[in-house]
Design a protein around this ligand. Structure first.
Ligand code: 0O2
Length: 249
């Protein structure tokens, strides 16, 4: 490091801190503005209702399949409305104005539903069953299971538009549906947690990223094996049922 650089660095760092503080202030103020605006509150309520509609659809499918096939393809469902600060960040990133209209037109993940399945094929079954429902408009699919992200992230994402009936009429609302296995969710939760750990130094970060990638691969392998075991068990069950019918006859 040259002498000039060693003098420059602290002041550069100070400037960066100032900018970060300024951004933090803006974020905080925008968050307050958003939370206090009636229009914003109404929009959040509408997204919560849209979430309820999607959750019900998934629960209905799970109930039906549990009666028909004697097992639950869905192990759990969680949902969330994006936090005001995350909405603000996304608007800033996309260079969009802080208006309800900009949010509703441009952001597709304000409402999010996460469906956790037991097996990989359950993901595609549930996704197909949702997609064929005629009140649901499929806007986008991102298949991070067939095409995992470079960091190892795996999940099936759908952006759908669902009509919600309010007192003033019907409003189509966008919801992001993430469908993944228990194992994929376990990995994603840890990965998500690490993103917020700001004090990791760059060398450790690289090592951790590589370890996480290796874990993602092992998890994907385990998911495949679990899937094969279940298919074998299904085949045994099927064979047993057929034999019982023949004996009865
Ligand atoms: P949060 O806190 O879950 O809301 P877009 O929405 O299209 O502008 P993007 O990133 O292209 O943005 O969408 P994408 O790839 O479909 O990812 C959206 C969401 O998927 C993220 O939302 C995460 O929930 C999840 N996700 C995507 N990549 C990763 C990843 O590498 N690790 C983990 N743990 N989750 C991921 P948010 O808004 O980033 O976060």
């Amino acid at each position: 490091m040259t002498e000039q650089e060693s003098i420059m660095l602290p002041s550069l760092r100070e400037k960066e801190n100032e900018v970060a503080m300024l951004n933090g202030d803006i974020m905080e103020q925008l968050k307050i503005v958003m939370q206090n605006s009636q229009q914003f509150q109404e929009m959040m309520m509408m997204y919560k209702c849209a979430i309820r509609e999607v959750r019900t659809k998934a629960e209905v499918l799970n109930d039906e399949m549990s009666v028909r096939y004697h097992r639950n393809p869905i192990s759990s469902i969680t949902s969330r409305v994006k936090k005001p600060e995350s909405i603000t960040q996304k608007l800033l990133k996309k260079g969009l104005p802080f208006t309800v209209e900009a949010i509703m037109t441009n952001l597709s993940d304000v409402a999010g539903v996460r469906i956790i399945c037991e097996f990989i094929d359950d993901i595609y079954t549930i996704a197909a069953m949702l997609a064929m429902q005629d009140d649901l408009r499929l806007i986008q699919i991102k298949d991070y299971i067939k095409y995992p992200k470079d960091n190892g992230y795996r999940s099936y994402h759908m952006i759908v538009e669902i009509p919600v009936f309010f007192s003033k009429g019907k409003t189509p609302m966008r919801v992001e549906i993430q469908i993944r296995t228990i194992a994929m969710d376990f990995w994603a939760s840890l990965d998500h947690e690490l993103k917020y750990k700001k004090d990791i130094n760059p060398e450790d970060e690289e090592v951790i990223a590589n370890e996480l990638l290796a874990c993602a691969e092992r998890i994907a392998e385990t998911d495949m094996i679990m899937q094969q075991i279940r298919m074998k068990l299904d085949a045994v069950e099927q064979h047993k049922a057929t034999t019982e019918i023949i004996i009865d006859e």
